[in-house]
Design a protein around this ligand. Structure first.
Ligand SMILES: [Zn+2]
Length: 494
């Protein structure tokens, strides 16, 4: 707006300047004298200026004509394409100028100007691969999807520009959320250029999102082959894919394949907790308890996790709490200071009804690291030791509002997942979940839990609080610590 105003003002100024200059020239005396032999021409100042302009134009035309004359001479001497080349050169020059201007406009973010220059370049140049690319980019910048797609399709038609065209349409489809078509195009682009890293990543992400794990593993090994990822990263990701594959196969009921895939995933990445759990369960099903224990212990060494403890309990489902306590020492002695170990040990002692030992095992965890679980364990200990109901209730009330402790959190977008998954449900990140405390723990709590202290405090009836207490106490613990005698009952209930 401002610029157009400036342009108008400038135009008016120039016109005024020229008019004024013309008037001055007409009023001037004297002039130029030109002599050709005996002929003498005297010019007024205005005529002199006009003559100068005419001379410049004449020289320009003469040079052009000279160029044409040279071309004609060459033609006559046998160079058949000289004349057409002469005219082509001019067209090419204009075309390249238009492409240059278009690229400049593109770089400065002026999509409309770029599109106009692309159309001009198309007129002068016989280079569709160049002008179509410019047109597609400019149309994308303008948000003109139809023109962009048409240009990309023209690029697909030419072998040299096919990859760029396929990739362009693929990105458009991704933006539109049409992942089915995008996947097909990504496969095509990958076939054209298997070394292209961005294509590999997009293809891998789409395959993982669709749950096509064996295809994803193929893409991953192509990435390794072309040096796009380090070997250890490949190993870990391949393990994640193998595990996902195992889960998929398992759901279909083909347990032998699932078993093999789970065990393979565990071997590739022993610290991948869900793989260790699945491999252990498979070993247990085969009656190989010793191997199951070894796999779980190895994963526990990398990181203690309640799922590992639960799987470790499943190795011997019928043992007494005392036997279980003894067998679990294989795990509990590995990271004795880890909160997970302390809570596991406390739970095992509670199951064995040795409450003083449970308290010792828990230590001051409920004070220095109060989580819903550590506080609930403490409440169970207090109850087992016959403490006053008020004390038990006090710990349980705190447990209700305490953070949940470590969970599966996406490293990329911080979304909390109830269960481990190979692909983040929120951002689609691959292998981004890690077991840790969420950065903003409030997200983990069901809506409105922060209000609970006030609600609990406002309810005078003991019965109300009593139900809350029962619920928490009777909640099955992470490790199945049901004593054997009540196990039959639990089975019937299930
Ligand atoms: Zn995420």
């Amino acid at each position: 707006m401002l610029w157009s105003l400036v342009k108008i003002v400038l135009f008016v100024l120039i016109v005024a300047g020229l008019a004024y200059g013309g008037m001055v020239l007409m009023d001037m005396d004297g002039g130029a004298q030109i002599a050709f032999g005996s002929v003498e021409i005297s010019l007024t100042p205005l005529k002199a200026v006009l003559a100068l302009i005419a001379l410049v134009v004449a020289i320009y035309v003469a040079l052009k004509l000279l160029g044409l004359l040279v071309a004609v001479l060459k033609f006559l001497l046998g160079d058949e394409t000289a004349i057409s080349r002469y005219f082509d050169r001019n067209r090419e020059k204009k075309g390249i100028e238009a492409v240059t201007d278009g690229l400049m406009a593109l770089a400065s973010g002026d999509g409309r100007q770029a599109l106009a220059k692309a159309a001009k370049a198309e007129k002068y140049l016989q280079k569709p691969e160049l002008t179509n690319l410019l047109k597609a980019q400019a149309a994308m910048m303008n948000g003109d999807k139809l023109t962009a797609e048409r240009a990309f399709k023209q690029l697909v038609a030419d072998e040299r520009t096919r990859f760029v065209g396929v990739q362009g349409i693929m990105k458009q489809k991704l933006e539109e959320g049409d992942t089915d078509t995008a996947l097909k195009l990504a496969e095509k682009a990958f076939a054209l250029k298997p070394k292209h890293e961005e294509t590999q990543d997009i293809l891998l992400r789409l395959q993982a999102e669709k749950g096509d794990w064996s295809a994803a593993r193929g893409t991953l090994s192509a990435k390794l082959k072309h040096g796009a990822i380090p070997r250890d990263v490949h190993k870990r990701r391949d393990a994640v894919l193998a595990l996902s594959q195992a889960k998929g196969v398992f759901e279909k009921g083909a347990s032998i394949e699932a078993r093999e895939a789970a065990i393979e995933a565990n071997k590739k990445s022993p610290d991948l907790i869900p793989a260790a759990v699945m491999a252990s369960d498979e070993y247990v099903a085969e009656g190989k308890g010793r191997q199951a224990a070894r796999v779980l212990k190895k994963a526990w060494e990398a990181q203690p996790h309640p799922d590992l403890a639960a799987a470790f309990a499943r190795i011997e489902p019928k043992e007494t709490p005392e036997q279980r306590l003894k067998r679990f020492s294989a795990l509990t002695k590995v990271h004795p200071e880890d909160p997970e170990t302390k809570m596991l040990l406390a739970e095992l002692y509670i199951a064995a009804e040795d409450f003083p030992a449970a308290r010792r095992a828990l230590g001051d965890l409920a004070e220095i690291n109060p989580t819903a679980r550590s506080l609930t364990i403490l409440a169970a200990i207090e109850r087992g030791e016959g403490s006053d109901d008020v004390v038990v209730r006090g710990w349980l009330t705190r447990a209700l509002t305490a953070p949940r402790g470590p969970q599966w959190v996406c490293d990329k977008c911080q979304t909390i997942h109830a269960q481990w998954a190979p692909v983040c449900e929120n951002c689609g990140g691959f292998d981004t979940l890690s077991w840790r405390k969420p950065t903003h723990s409030e997200v983990a709590m069901p809506a409105g839990t922060e209000m609970l202290p006030m609600i609990v405090g406002a309810v005078p009836e003991i019965e109300e609080v009593e139900t809350v207490e029962e619920e928490v106490i009777d909640r099955p613990s992470m490790v199945d610590v049901t004593p054997p005698e009540s196990e039959e009952k639990a089975k019937v209930e299930n």
